[in-house]
Design a protein around this ligand. Sequence first.
Ligand SMILES: Nc1ncnc2c1ncn2[C@@H]1O[C@H](COP(=O)(O)OS(=O)(=O)O)[C@@H](OP(=O)(O)O)[C@H]1O
Length: 309
Amino acid sequence: MARLDVTEMFQDISFPGHLHTQDSLQQAVEFNFQDTDILIASYPKSGTTWMQEIVTLVYSRGDPHLSQTVPNWTRAPWLEQYYCTAVLEASSAVPRLLTTHLPYRLLRTAIQDSKAKVIYVSRNPKDVMVSFYHFHKMANFLPDIGSFPEFLDRFLEGKLHFGSWFEHIIGWTQTAAVSNLLHVTYEEMLLDPQGAIKKISLFLQCPLAEDEINNCVKHCSFSSMKDNKMINYTLVPQEIMDHSKGSFMRKGEIGDWKNMFTEEQRRRFDSVFSSKMQQCSLQFVWEKPDEEEPNEEEKLPQNNTEPRK
Ligand SMILES: Nc1ncnc2c1ncn2[C@@H]1O[C@H](COP(=O)(O)OS(=O)(=O)O)[C@@H](OP(=O)(O)O)[C@H]1O
């Protein structure tokens, strides 16, 4: 199937032209945030959809009705995509739930003086990259990415659509002058969903009872979301997302990068990561915890050389 791949360049970052125009990007950087707005910010493939789901469920106190009847891109439109204004105009919801993949530098002027709440979602970048690689195969609005080694090069150079992962995470977590920002990781949502949902609900000033939290956990689980047409993108026409080439809800794991990276690629990634993240104190979970600290007898030879980050 022919790709719909058209690139839109904006402030040195490339975006898929299918969803972004110069006007929509310009409107995003000039967006008039209201103090009641909730903005989910993330680099692609970091757990954006999961957070859209969690926030929807928190506000409905664990009731899945809204998340099972309204697509995520309408519930929490991407600020920079062409349809955002129309969705916002058609809705009277308060608070407004918005999503963005833009780096902080593009939204700084619009958001820095606002009291809007920002939830920044991050994920270990090796898993982000692998998830993004697989997504490129099914998403016809993204460029043909070639081989995995080529994709790795482009990720490390910050040349993929949506720009550099390094700039994104450093901008939002280390330099953002946003008064209300909560940083949540994909890994904490996976390893401690109750704790993550509790933290998010408190940040949203919508504290939940234990059974409400448990209902949120149930309805935002990987298996539940994978079957939900309002989230799994099976509603999107095949010429935009080709589901014969993969699933949006693909694996949902920590450490899938180990199935793709060679030892040499891991070393190169770690070296670029160390140099670009020198000033950044964030810690990342790179593997499932039960694989992090194996017994002496269980250690595989290649794990002996794996740096602990
Ligand atoms: N509930 C739940 N549990 C575990 N994992 C989940 C969940 N929801 C989404 N995902 C995984 O998140 C990846 C998609 O990330 P994004 O939603 O940020 O993608 S996008 O930027 O909106 O295209 C993609 O990761 P991979 O499976 O590694 O490709 C999804 O499977």
